[in-house]
Design a protein around this ligand. Structure first.
Ligand code: ZN
Ligand code: ZN
Length: 406
C-alpha cells in the first residue's frame, strides 16, 4: 500500500515539474500550446488550471487594469461549447444581454485560450462604456427599507448571506422532500433593471419581473419551479441511491448527468432531461469496445421497451435494456471492480477516475485520461492525427489512442 501511495505521489510531482518546464521554456504539454502556441496562462495569467488537463480554471480575468473573479468549468466530455462560466457580480452585469454571443464564442472557439482571448476583447470594449467603471452608487433609502421588510416576510432564519451593500442576498429553502436549495438574488445597479438570480435549478431560471416585483414574490416563483422538478430530483436521487455513481462525486441539484458503473471497466454516462425525467435519457458508454459493443447493440435494439410511465425506475429500465444487473453503491467498497490507473497506480486523480481502457481483451488496463496522454506524449513512437494521439499501451503494447482534448 505504501508503494502505491508513493508512486501516485511521485507522479503528481511529475505533473508539477512538467508545468514548470512549460512556463520556463515553452516545452508545453498543454493542448492549446501544442496546437496554436497560445496558452491560457498567456491570455489570463491570473487564471489557474486546477486539473492537469485543464477542466477547471479558477482565478481572475484582468480587464483594463481591473480583476474580476472568474471560473471556467468544462464538462466531463471536455466540450468547450458546454462549459460553465461563473463570475462576480460586476462582470455578470457586463455580460448581460450578451448570452447568445457568449454561447457562440464557446461553440466556435478551438480551445480555452482562444475563447478567453475573444472574451477579453469583448469585455475590454464593454468596460470602457460609461457607467460601468465606477462602483455603483447606493440606491434610494426606500430600496433598503423595502428589502428589510421583504427579508422579515421571508424569515431571517432562511437568509444565509447578505452582502455588505445589500446587493447580494442568499436564501435557503427546502422542497417537498426536504432537499435544500439555494437561491441568490443579485440586485441591479439601477432601480428599473431586473435583478439577476442564480440558483440550483437544472434549467435556466428567469422569472418575469416588473419594478414592483418583491423578493418574496421571486422566491415564490422559485419554489413553484422546485415543485415542478420534484420528479427529476427523485430520479437523480434514485440513481445515486441504487447505482454505483463514479461522477460527480458530490452531485448538486442542477447536475443532470451521472456516470455509473456497468461492469468491470465499463461505465455509462446518463444525461437526464429535467423536463421529461422519466423518458429515455441520453447515454454514452465508456470502456473497451469489445465489451461495450455487445451491450450497446442490445440496448439500442430494446430502446422501444423503455417504460416512461414511472412504474420502473431508471435503473430497472437500464437493466432491462442492457440485459444485465447494474452494481449498487455497496459494491463500490469491493477493491478491483473498477481498476486503478496503470500509470499512477491510483484510483482517483484530482477527483477523476480512470476512463480510458485498453481495448486488448487480455489487458483491459484502465488509465486516467491525463496519465495516458502524458505517457504517450513522452514516447517517440507516438503519432498524432486530427487531435488524437496513437501509441502503445504501457502494459501490452496493443495500439491505444487518446484525444488531445478530453
Ligand atoms: Zn493515473
Ligand atoms: Zn493494454
Amino acid at each position: 500500500m505504501m508503494g502505491v501511495a508513493t508512486r501516485a505521489c511521485a507522479r503528481r510531482n511529475r505533473f508539477q515539474l512538467l508545468r514548470t518546464v512549460c512556463e520556463c521554456s515553452c516545452l508545453s504539454f498543454s493542448n492549446s500550446c501544442m496546437q496554436q502556441g497560445v496558452r491560457v496562462s498567456d491570455v489570463c495569467p491570473l487564471l489557474l488550471s486546477l486539473s492537469p488537463h485543464g477542466r477547471y480554471y479558477r482565478g481572475y480575468l484582468s480587464i483594463d487594469g481591473r480583476d474580476f473573479a472568474f471560473a471556467l468549468t468544462l464538462p466531463s466530455s471536455g466540450e468547450l461549447k458546454d462549459a460553465r462560466i461563473e463570475c462576480d457580480w460586476l462582470l455578470a452585469q457586463m455580460l448581460r444581454g450578451k448570452e447568445a454571443l457568449l454561447q457562440k464564442l464557446l461553440q466556435e472557439s478551438e480551445d480555452e485560450a482562444s475563447f478567453l482571448m475573444k472574451l477579453k476583447q469583448i469585455l475590454t470594449h464593454t468596460s470602457s462604456s460609461p457607467g460601468l467603471a465606477p462602483p455603483p452608487p447606493p440606491r434610494h433609502p426606500a430600496h433598503y427599507t423595502q428589502l428589510l421588510a421583504d427579508l422579515d416576510t421571508i424569515g431571517w432564519k432562511r437568509v444565509t448571506r447578505v452582502s455588505q451593500d445589500f446587493s447580494q442576498l442568499t436564501i435557503t429553502t427546502l422542497d417537498g422532500k426536504q432537499r435544500e436549495h439555494v437561491f441568490t438574488v443579485h440586485m441591479a445597479q439601477k432601480e428599473e433593471e431586473a435583478p439577476t438570480i442564480t440558483c440550483d435549478l437544472p434549467i435556466p431560471f428567469k422569472p418575469s419581473w416588473t419594478g414592483k416585483t418583491t423578493l418574496p414574490q421571486m422566491l415564490e416563483r422559485f419554489e413553484e419551479q422546485l415543485k415542478v422538478h420534484q420528479v427529476f430530483w427523485d430520479v437523480m436521487d434514485q440513481l445515486d441511491r441504487e447505482t454505483w455513481v463514479l461522477e460527480p462525486q458530490q452531485p448538486k441539484p442542477d447536475s443532470i448527468c451521472r456516470r455509473i458503473v456497468v461492469c468491470s471497466n465499463v461505465s455509462l454516462y446518463v444525461s437526464v432531461d429535467p423536463s421529461r425525467p422519466l423518458s429515455l435519457p441520453e447515454f454514452k458508454f465508456l470502456g473497451p469496445e469489445h465489451v461495450v459493443g455487445p451491450i450497446r447493440r442490445r440496448m439500442l435494439a430494446k430502446v422501444p421497451h423503455w417504460d416512461s410511465s414511472g412504474q420502473l425506475t431508471v435503473k430497472e429500465n437500464l437493466e432491462n435494456l442492457m440485459d444485465l444487473k447494474l452494481p449498487g453503491p455497496e459494491e463500490s467498497q469491493q477493491e478491483g471492480f473498477c481498476g486503478e490507473c496503470g500509470v499512477c497506480y491510483a484510483y482517483q486523480l484530482e477527483g477523476l477516475v480512470p476512463e480510458v481502457v485498453c481495448d486488448n481483451a487480455h489487458c483491459n488496463q484502465p488509465f486516467h485520461f491525463a496519465c495516458l496522454l502524458e505517457w504517450l506524449q513522452t514516447l517517440p513512437t507516438t503519432r498524432q492525427s486530427f487531435g488524437v494521439l496513437f501509441g502503445e499501451c504501457p502494459y501490452c503494447n496493443h495500439q491505444i489512442s487518446v484525444k488531445l482534448q478530453r
